[in-house]
Design a protein around this ligand. Structure first.
Ligand SMILES: NC(=O)c1ccc[n+]([C@@H]2O[C@H](COP(=O)([O-])OP(=O)(O)OC[C@H]3O[C@@H](n4cnc5c(N)ncnc54)[C@H](O)[C@@H]3O)[C@@H](O)[C@H]2O)c1
Length: 322
């Protein structure tokens, strides 16, 4: 059996996937340029320092290792940043994926799992199914849509199978406090709430005129442990069924920014101050999954994606690294 290559395996979600893959006795190669990931989170596989934008780095990795499956997470993934650094986002996400696909073809890897995002959908204001028309409203979502399209075309022509997983909002940390979100430039709501508490500053809420119940943005939060488990199920599906597919990875339940603030305050028993700011460009009002397809086809059920578990685990993790 070949090895599993995890690009972006030093990052928040990738490290969690590697930990679970290792638990299932897989042999893992972690390929990462440590732009946002950290070496200390790569202990679950063999770490190779490399950059996907550099063809030689990824080529050498494939040449030295018999890779049968690839989990491709490496990307630049901040919505706000993508609106400013357009060229960098296209280069890192699209060129990086082309270089990876070249190696998948050349070295005949059989399976690819691609980390896509709900940002490919744009603003839909209803629970979104996988067959919705993709209309991203930010550059990040645009680059992921292009990658999805390339993967689908390449897979037919060059005969490999793929699963595209469109994650909604990843949140929470490992329950044993070994892994979690640890970025210098944090933009995700829950760790930002914790930082505000620590720094005794109000939480910034972007937008108070959204087309939602309480006028703040609504998102679908899925625990990172459930995301990791979905990759194990996806790999089994690829190996057994030898078919390609696309799944949302969410809960089907939307929570507004104000909901999250109230819940966090309750769970960690702290008062949280907040202040409104203008809505950020490229931020949809409402992003919630219809999550039934993955339940039905992969027999996948979220286990940890309850607000209390998400907030508690993220809080424990935050306190362990701060
Ligand atoms: N976090 C979320 O809520 C979320 C939601 C939807 C989709 N996703 C997708 O999941 C994936 C992982 O996200 P994350 O939150 O763990 O982010 P992250 O920034 O923690 O992880 C990304 C990893 O990729 C590495 N990387 C980036 N560019 C690279 C390159 N050119 N070559 C090699 N390595 C490179 C980084 O160093 C980092 O370790 C991304 O593809 C992202 O688009 C994340």
């Amino acid at each position: 059996m070949g090895k599993i290559l995890v690009t972006g395996g030093a990052g928040y979600i990738g490290s969690q996937i590697c930990k679970l893959l290792r638990k299932h006795k897989n042999e893992i190669i972690i390929f990462d340029n440590l732009s946002t990931g950290k070496k200390k989170y790569t202990k679950y596989g063999k770490f190779i320092y490399g950059d996907l934008r550099n063809k030689k780095d990824i080529y050498k990795t494939f040449k030295k290792n018999k890779i049968s499956s690839v989990i491709h997470l490496a990307a630049s993934c901040l919505v706000g940043e993508s609106q400013k650094k357009i060229d960098e986002y296209y280069e890192n996400n699209v060129v990086g994926t082309i270089n990876l696909l070249d190696c998948i073809i050349k070295f005949k890897a059989k399976n690819l799992i691609f980390s896509s995002t709900c940002s490919v959908y744009g603003n839909k204001n209803k629970r979104i199914k996988e067959d919705e028309i993709l209309k991203p409203i930010n550059v990040y979502g645009e680059t992921k849509k292009i990658c999805e399209e390339m993967i689908q075309t390449y897979a037919v022509k060059y005969k490999f199978n793929y699963i595209i997983l469109r994650y909604f909002n990843a949140a929470g940390a490992d329950l044993d406090i070994s892994l979690g979100e640890d970025r210098k430039n944090e933009t995700h709501l829950i760790p930002l709430i914790f930082r505000s508490i620590k720094n005794k500053k109000p939480v910034k809420i972007y937008g108070r005129n959204c087309n939602t119940i309480d006028k703040t943005c609504v998102r679908d939060f899925i625990h990172v442990l459930d995301i990791a488990e979905a990759h194990i199920k996806s790999l089994s599906y690829l190996k057994l069924k030898k078919k390609s597919n696309i799944f949302n990875l969410g809960t089907g339940k939307g929570l507004s920014v104000l909901n999250i603030l109230k819940m966090t305050s309750k769970v960690i028993n702290k008062k949280i101050e907040y202040k409104y700011f203008d809505k950020r460009k490229g931020d949809p009002d409402y992003l919630v999954a219809n999550a039934r397809k993955i339940e039905k086809v992969l027999n996948f059920k979220n286990k940890y994606s309850k607000p209390k578990i998400i907030i508690e685990s993220a809080w424990d993790w935050f306190n362990s690294i701060n």
